[in-house]
Each structure stands twice: as structure tokens, then as C-alpha cells.
Design a protein around this ligand. Structure first.
Ligand code: FES
Length: 103
């Protein structure tokens, strides 16, 4: 996998989820138990910014209405969210977080 340098591992020193913008896309990048994942940052319910939410047992909790998505798969887990998030492949190269953006 190629991939764009989207973050550094040190960016996760204070938060386990951060936002990055690429083009018109807002992306949430997560570090959970030493693994990295990326999803759309925009909640499929009513556009809450997931990077402002909290991670709870591998799930990202939307800060607006507290719906949950599984960070690793983007799957909607609990109401009011019902539609999954787009996900993007991530890999680590040294201290660089690389991500593949699909069109
Ligand atoms: Fe995310 Fe409503 S906007 S749960």
C-alpha cells in the first residue's frame, strides 16, 4: 500500500482520536491499544465531528447524540446512528502514519 503521510505517532500523545483534512474530506484517525484506524470524521446521523468525541472500548462516541461506531470497521453500533462510516487503510512506517484515500 502506498499512502499519504497524514499524521505522526506523536500526534496521539494527548488524544486517541485526531482530525485531519485532505481535500474536502475530514478524517478521524484513531490510536487504540497501539493500533491505528481511520474513518470519515463526519457522523452519519447529523454530521457531528467524531474527532471531538470520546473513545469507549474501541468505539468512537459521537459528541452530539452519543451514537457509537466501531473505530476499526466504521460500523454503526448504537442508536441514533444506523449508517456505517467510510474507512481508510492505515499503516505505520517508523513514526509516520500513512493513509490510503480512496476517491
Ligand atoms: Fe452523531 Fe447524532 S450527529 S449521533
Amino acid at each position: 500500500m502506498n499512502g499519504a503521510h497524514i499524521a505522526d505517532t506523536s500526534d496521539f500523545a494527548e488524544r486517541a482520536v485526531i482530525e485531519r483534512v485532505r481535500g474536502k474530506r475530514s478524517i478521524a484517525i484513531y490510536r487504540i491499544d497501539g493500533e491505528y484506524f481511520a474513518t470519515s470524521n463526519i457522523c452519519t446521523h447529523a454530521n457531528g465531528l467524531l474527532s471531538c468525541g470520546q473513545i469507549v472500548d474501541g468505539y468512537i462516541e459521537c459528541p452530539l447524540h452519543f451514537g457509537l461506531f466501531e473505530a476499526a470497521t466504521g460500523k454503526a453500533r448504537s442508536a441514533p446512528v444506523t449508517r456505517n462510516l467510510a474507512t481508510f487503510p492505515v499503516r505505520i512506517e517508523g513514526t509516520r502514519v500513512l493513509m490510503q484515500l480512496s476517491d
